[in-house]
Ligand binder design. Sequence first.
Ligand SMILES: NC(=O)C1=CN([C@@H]2O[C@H](COP(=O)(O)OP(=O)(O)OC[C@H]3O[C@@H](n4cnc5c(N)ncnc54)[C@H](O)[C@@H]3O)[C@@H](O)[C@H]2O)C=CC1
Ligand SMILES: O=C(O)[C@H]1O[C@H](OP(=O)(O)OP(=O)(O)OC[C@H]2O[C@@H](n3ccc(=O)[nH]c3=O)[C@H](O)[C@@H]2O)[C@H](O)[C@@H](O)[C@@H]1O
Length: 436
Amino acid sequence: MDQSRAHRIVVVGAGYVGLTTGACLASLGHHVVCCDVDAGKVAQLSRGQVRIHEPGLPELVREGIRVGRLSFTRCAASVVPTADEIFLCVPTPMAPDGGANLAAVESVIRQIRAALPAGCVLVTKSTVPVGTTARLAELVGRGDVAVVSNPEFLREGLAVQDFLHPDRIVLGSDDPDAAYRVAELYTDLDAPTLVTDAASAEMVKYAANCFLATKLSYVNDVAELCEQVGADVAGITEYLAHDRRITPSFLRPGPGWGGSCLPKDTAALLRTAEVVGVDLPLVRAAIDANHRHQRRMAAKVVAACGGSLAGTRLGLLGLTFKAGTDDLRDSPALAVARLLAEQGAELVGYDPALRGDEPELAHLVTLVDDAYHAAKGTAALVLLTDWPEFRDLDWSRVAELAARPVVVDTRNHLDPAALRRAGLDWHGTGRPSRVR
Ligand SMILES: NC(=O)C1=CN([C@@H]2O[C@H](COP(=O)(O)OP(=O)(O)OC[C@H]3O[C@@H](n4cnc5c(N)ncnc54)[C@H](O)[C@@H]3O)[C@@H](O)[C@H]2O)C=CC1
Ligand SMILES: O=C(O)[C@H]1O[C@H](OP(=O)(O)OP(=O)(O)OC[C@H]2O[C@@H](n3ccc(=O)[nH]c3=O)[C@H](O)[C@@H]2O)[C@H](O)[C@@H](O)[C@@H]1O
């Protein structure tokens, strides 16, 4: 990039979204400082050490540091005075009433507002409910600082790819000039850029995540019905995918949807609707169906083990909320694990992205070094995430190690014929057990 077009950017919050935003904007030629309250994280990132599992991110971070366009600090107030744009990428977790907890966003604003230079733009990339951008403008309380909503649509595990090759860039502000200024940051990306008002930009983020969640609950419902009527969901989703109005993505049944965003964002949209007196029965049903699917997966394991889990050992393959990430937040795999543990099963698990010291696993799952250790002495091996390596296991070895030859494949990830050849009983989701 011609350096005269480079912006000076501060990113507050150096997690999945903030670190990706900072490293990618630096790779596009901008000058970025990432700030985080976590001193240990700042120290590690300053040395180029990235602890989250995001392909390509460590390389981008190290390159940004090497060329002097990316640095890290704990103190946002000390670096904002020279910024053109300040991106807010701090967490907005679920509050007890289902709404988004904006404490981190508001605390950052209070901390930096006096230090903001005249003419800078504050950009909300954190997912925030409709109306927040307008309220933050009030909280900043400065006519010379604009606030722009720029929701992020990246997926974990594909964060760098999604950031640099987005389907669309959405910018919303009641100050269109400020929105167009933020759009300049992305001019080297090949994506439609939609500039709208702040409320619509905030709304599109929730509408997208709730649509995806609803699509998945529907697919999982179809899978459940398939089991009862003897149809095969794999063929059905394949044929559905041919319809360009439906699209092939988000059609894979599984143990329910989870992660750091779909659960909290569906709940937050329901809360937003409740506050303004609007009913969203479809979104509510998608959430309820998701919990039912998780219970259904646990019941399937119980049935495959002969009706009781008391005193049995189960092996779990994959514990994060999906393959390709190390994130355990709202993981459906852990939700199913908890249901199995409640029924008396001892759980042993393997996940390629986990180290074993994650507090979420404590008193729930003993993490082992590979899938074969997870299979040893088990009444059933339960696949909960679809890491490619699980497909290539030596199934004869698994059959020898297991106490009973049972595999419950909640994501239809494995090759049933290969398992059968090894003498294993395969139980998929929405598919007949004898499927080829
Ligand atoms: N994870 C994802 O795939 C996506 C997340 N989002 C949204 O982005 C926001 C951030 O999410 P993640 O990056 O996943 O969170 P994260 O938990 O990975 O990272 C947040 C970072 O902010 C830091 N932080 C917390 N309070 C702070 C403060 N007061 N000052 C400075 N730093 C602070 C934390 O130490 C942490 O490093 C959320 O609103 C989320 O809904 C949006 C799209 C995708
Ligand atoms: O707001 C966010 O944080 C992000 O939330 C999701 O991204 P992510 O949380 O990374 O996860 P997804 O890939 O969407 O998967 C969500 C859940 O659905 C499940 N899933 C997904 C697809 C599918 O076909 N089947 C299925 O069960 C996954 O296993 C996972 O549990 C959205 O896809 C992103 O666009 C959005 O930016």
